[in-house]
Design a protein around this ligand. Structure first.
Ligand code: DGY
Length: 326
């Protein structure tokens, strides 16, 4: 019997033994993502695809993949995949929700604390030989304990961020399309987007990138925030208008920001954002704990195997493919 063929777009941190037992596996081993022409060539003969958020899987690629039965993304977000086109083709798309919630919430807090307490500036200051003595007013930042945290999007990660704020005795506000049943357990109060922006000392973004959230934080949003506010983004770069972020940070509309995601990724080295001292930028590390990345890879393999075997994916983005009329 001929085994199905799968293409994995980068080495992943989990054993491929179970997958290799049921499929012929090819892994793209370069550090950079496969170019689109390589993806097209591989997907043209693949039954299964395991991809990352750096791979753009659009309608044209899907149309050129006649055998494709399953797409498994090693990430919870899937804005790089044309889900509507996959669904039209009856292709289930898997993702990795839940396992990266704590790692991403931890990293959000790492950025929040680093921006508030000027950790990166302090490191640069020390390495530059500028540390001459203890100074009463050196690199002061706002107190985190007791401050107000505004969470935009109280999903799994937003809730985990809010839960951590309890230990800091913070007031937590959140906004979203509607109040969340999970809010009382994490001590969070529902407010409008505008109230959140106007009230929060720290604004943390936890919404997926969709046409509705694209550039949600724009000039207008920054103009409503406190001059002392700090913005943290561990969601997707496209949620923030980066030109507006530059204006807000350089003109003192907000005090500082810390972003783990940019648009595009990587951020071009000539981006004006890189000239700002009051901005911390990290290379999309939210889920980057060893344990979490292994769990994400294992979950992506489980989704892929299920799809190859014609079983429902354990974590499917578009379960409607299973209910389509014949
Ligand atoms: C995801 O899974 O969507 C994250 O952005 C990866 O860290």
């Amino acid at each position: 019997m001929t085994l199905p063929t799968v293409f994995i777009t980068r080495p992943i941190p989990a054993s491929l033994d179970a997958l290799s037992a049921v499929a012929t596996v090819e892994v793209w081993t370069e550090r950079q993502p496969p170019p689109v022409e390589v993806l097209r060539e591989k997907m043209a003969i693949a039954d299964g695809l395991l991809c990352l958020l750096t791979d753009r899987i659009d309608r044209a690629l899907l149309q050129a993949s006649p055998q494709l039965k399953v797409i498994s993304q090693m990430a919870v977000g899937y804005d790089n995949i044309d889900i509507a086109a996959a669904t039209e083709r009856g292709i289930p798309v898997g993702h990795t929700p839940g396992v990266l919630t704590n790692a991403t919430a931890d990293f959000t807090w790492a950025l929040l604390m680093a921006a508030a307490r000027r950790v990166v500036e302090g490191d640069r200051f020390t390495r530059a030989g500028l540390w001459q003595t203890w100074e009463p007013d050196l690199l002061l930042g706002p107190e985190v304990s007791g401050a107000t945290l505004g969470i935009v999007g109280l999903g799994r990660i937003g809730q985990a961020v809010a839960r951590r704020a309890i230990g800091f005795n913070m007031r937590v506000l959140y906004c979203g399309q509607h109040p969340s049943a999970a809010a009382p357990a994490v001590n969070a109060d529902f407010v409008s987007f505008e109230t959140l922006l106007q009230t929060a000392d720290f604004v943390s973004l936890h919404v997926p990138l969709t046409p509705e959230t694209y550039h949600l934080i724009d000039d207008r949003a920054f103009s409503q925030m406190k001059p002392s506010a700090i913005l943290v983004n561990t969601a997707r770069g496209g949620v923030v208008d980066q030109a507006a972020l530059f204006r807000a940070l350089s003109q003192g509309q907000i005090a500082a920001a810390a972003i783990d995601v940019t648009d595009p990724e990587p951020l071009p080295m000539d981006s004006p954002l890189l000239t700002l001292d009051n901005l911390i930028i990290t290379p999309h590390l939210g889920s980057a704990s060893q344990q979490t990345r292994t769990k994400m890879a294992q979950m992506a393999i489980a989704n892929l195997i299920a799809g190859l075997q014609g079983s429902p994916l354990p974590h499917c983005v578009n379960p409607e493919v299973y209910h389509a009329c014949p």
